[in-house]
Design a protein around this ligand. Sequence first.
Ligand SMILES: [Zn+2]
Length: 383
Amino acid sequence: MSILSWIDNQRKLKLLNAPKYNNTGSDTSQGLWTRCDHCGVILYIKHLKENQRVCFGCGYHLQMSSTERIESLIDTNTWRPFDETVSPCDPLEFRDQKAYTERLKEAQERTGLQDAVQTGTGLLDGIPVALGVMDFNFMGGSMGSVVGEKITRLIEYATQEGLPVILVCASGGARMQEGILSLMQMAKISAALHVHQNCAKLLYIAVLTSPTTGGVTASFAMLGDLIFAEPKALIGFAGRRVIEQTLQEQLPDDFQTAEYLLHHGLLDLIVPRSFLKQALSETITLYKEAPLKIQGRVPYGERGAITKLREEQVRRLTKSPTKGQYQEFITEFKHLLGVLSNETTEFDPEMFNKALDLACGSNTRLDWLNDKADKCHIRPVFQ
Ligand SMILES: [Zn+2]
């Protein structure tokens, strides 16, 4: 056997062995034991899960699935997921060693998710928040069009409902199988965040976990009003080797770690996992009370129509047999709209928004609506 063919054989063997090794290493749902990626200590999975996947030996934060993350951040029984059925397609009919559709199917079966992010609303220590959690186990947490769309919808919902947004990032970057369609998600999410942060003046916190790289770092991960990270998380844009080869320079050992970035001013806080929920709830509370906080408003063009649920609530009220007790509320709406007085006229969300803007004055639309709804004992949208 020539040396070349021996090397080739070795390479093939390595490739064959690689997925098996990864499965036992990263898919910790199977088996009882796992190994710490950092110090190599053998860990009992049941205890590890109870400890939020933090190594007992060295305190290293192992990867967490999106569901575990949601369980650790959101109060029990308050999670309300969004867009669970939005699933990716294959517009470019991309094929490398495997077809993209096959890769998708495999990842969906393994993780039980449609794509690499879970979004929704829930209570965090009793505070309503909009939360998006990326899942690294789904094709490396790569950002395809579904991830981008779900995050954008979450942000837009939060903007309209006046909720703070928290995005937990864990991603290898944009998804190459969707080409330009995945790259455009960066601009789309950033645009939605601009309205959320700068027009509506609402809070967005990015939580960076290991690893956060590529297009995700280049867009929403670095746009947080506050950027939190987990200890020793790998955060960067291009990989270490690429930078070293381009610059022809040796990089420091702790380059692209959370600690290095905090030292150089890219992050605001490094929070250990066990304190993350507390840190988030305290920050949001503090931010609400901030004396210089100006209330913003969502501009017309960017604002969607009033949510279907609220529209339906108003519509039912006007037809409800017990509408007597809500008379004040209804009269006010009728007065504002002029359209509801005639029951045959269709409900016009645009008129409704314009009327609300007049009525809101300096308050946000949401506060005004919730105030009215509270007075009439209608449950607010967020339960
Ligand atoms: Zn360890």
